[in-house]
Design a protein around this ligand. Structure first.
Ligand SMILES: Nc1nc2c(ncn2[C@@H]2O[C@H](CO)[C@@H](O)[C@H]2O)c(=O)[nH]1
Length: 463
């Protein structure tokens, strides 16, 4: 490829469209299960018995378990990355994960029509959530490795696709609710949507090798996968050296720091900065993970904290908020609109705004201060009309509009600060260490999601 001048072009932006779809596909499992929480709760909350004085319901804490069993696999696979990723080929990981995700969605759709005892339904659903998100984590990590081989803007396109998955799920839920079909058929229709979505994602992936532009860039990856190590790096030319160098280090993980390359930094195009054409000078020694961490720890703390706060109440607490206007049609749509649609649109908006506004600056003390101040959303959301209440905590914000406003600020700030911390981190280190910084941040992102999910249990019981 050295000296080649006829670099293929992405005709019709097909490769871009494919990576957008691939991004969307990676977050379908998490979002479709989360958004369907009312369906699951409906199937789980039917048994009531009397203990003499009052009616008692078996409490499954579905949303808490769903959140935890979705986010733990992400953390686990970020850590397992180094073992798994070298042993299984990339095509196998991507296509294989998609096939399993498809099968699990088909199973979930089929179960809509299968009556089942509640405890068993809970167990089957939780197992499905665990496995579907494990495959989702492998898929996400592998695709970030792949997208890193393409020009930078493709990472942003991929992230944008990911950002839209939640809105896609929320709209599918609204359509299911608005349809005249009975609730079973509506649920079936809802779960068939991600089946089609995953199938489309799989076809998109299979189409990639047929496109010149993708082939030209991604072939470099297969060189690496065939075992291209230092020899190849030494042999390759200056330009290619820069590229391969970045990728080889990205895939040949050496520890947790070389995480999935989940790539939030790419949202603003910084994560794969190391893939840009580096000068032909001999590679400088990379700083150790600890050295890099010392430089970016504030940003690592910020991304962990933002997701800890976000996942501690969303969706486990927010999904139980009740409208102040029950009894009408609105009640059916309330959670889908005020909780899921509001969160996903504003989270995406917050991320997108960072392309225009970058305040506070990365050195500013105000930045971590604002991130920490987001903790105020936890009590604010708990003081909304969360039902049933298990404590004597009062409802201060009972109006739907109040809840919607709090949700809007909560989600815009979540997307905004996540994106900013992820993009600031690689800028705090030398370019040669940008990748380590990005990978470290990925690990802390997953850590924040998991801590938040774990915290959602005590927080829900406190309300
Ligand atoms: N990038 C990324 N974000 C996630 C993942 N799971 C949940 N989230 C984020 O968590 C929030 C709640 O869904 C949203 O901001 C999502 O983007 C994941 O696997 N990757």
């Amino acid at each position: 490829m050295k000296g080649r001048t006829d670099t293929p072009r992405d005709r019709g932006c097909l490769v871009g469209i494919i990576f957008f779809i691939l991004g969307l596909g990676t977050l379908l499992p998490w979002n479709f299960f989360m958004t369907a929480s009312l369906y699951f709760q409906g199937r789980l909350n039917t048994t009531e018995w009397s203990n003499g004085t009052s009616v008692v319901r078996k409490e499954y804490y579905f949303n808490n378990w769903m959140t935890l069993l979705s986010q733990l696999p992400l953390l686990l696979f970020t850590l397992l990355n180094s073992f798994l990723y070298q042993r299984i080929s990339e095509a196998m990981r991507i296509a294989g994960s998609l096939v399993f995700i498809l099968l699990l969605f088909v199973l979930t759709a089929a179960l809509v029509k299968v009556p089942m005892e509640q405890d068993r339904f809970f167990d089957v659903t939780m197992a499905t959530i665990w496995f579907i998100n494990s495959f989702g984590a492998v898929l996400q990590g592998s695709l970030f490795g792949l997208v890193g081989l393409l020009p930078q803007k493709y990472s942003a396109v991929f992230m944008s696709g990911q950002g839209l998955a939640g809105t896609f799920a929320a709209v599918a839920m609204l359509l299911a609710l608005a349809s005249d079909a009975d609730s079973e058929s509506a649920a079936l229709g809802y779960f068939v949507t991600p089946c089609v979505g995953t199938l489309l994602t799989l076809f998109s992936y299979l189409l990639l090798p047929r496109l010149d532009f993708a082939q030209y860039h991604l072939n470099k990856s297969s060189k690496y996968e065939l075992g291209a190590t230092d020899e190849l790096l030494k042999e390759s030319g200056a330009v290619e050296n820069g590229k391969l160098n970045g990728h080889a280090n990205g895939s040949a993980s050496k520890g947790p720091a070389e995480g999935e390359g989940e790539g939030e930094p790419a949202a603003d195009g910084t994560k794969h900065a190391f893939l840009s054409l580096e000068p032909a000078e001999p590679a400088q020694a990379k700083a150790s993970v600890m050295e890099v961490f010392k430089k970016i720890w504030v940003m690592a703390f910020c991304v962990t904290f933002v997701f800890t706060v976000t996942l501690s109440v969303f969706p486990a607490v927010t999904v139980d908020v009740m409208t102040a206007f029950p009894g009408g049609k609105w009640e059916r749509f309330f959670i889908s609109v005020c909780c899921f649609l509001t969160f996903n649109i504003n989270d995406w908006l917050g991320r997108t705004v960072t392309t225009l506004v970058r305040w506070p600056a990365k050195e500013s003390r105000l930045f971590p201060l604002l991130v920490v101040s987001r903790v105020v959303f936890v009590p604010l959301l708990m003081l909304c009309n969360v039902q049933p209440r298990r404590s004597s905590l009062p409802v201060l914000f009972s109006h739907d509009a109040a809840f919607a406003v709090i949700m809007t600020l909560f989600s815009v700030s979540s997307g905004y600060f996540v994106c900013l911390s992820m993009s600031y981190a690689p800028q705090l280190v030398a370019q040669k260490d940008a990748e380590t910084a990005g990978a470290l941040m990925t690990f802390f992102l997953a850590l924040g999601l998991s801590i938040g999910a774990a915290l959602s249990f005590p927080l829900r019981t406190l309300v």
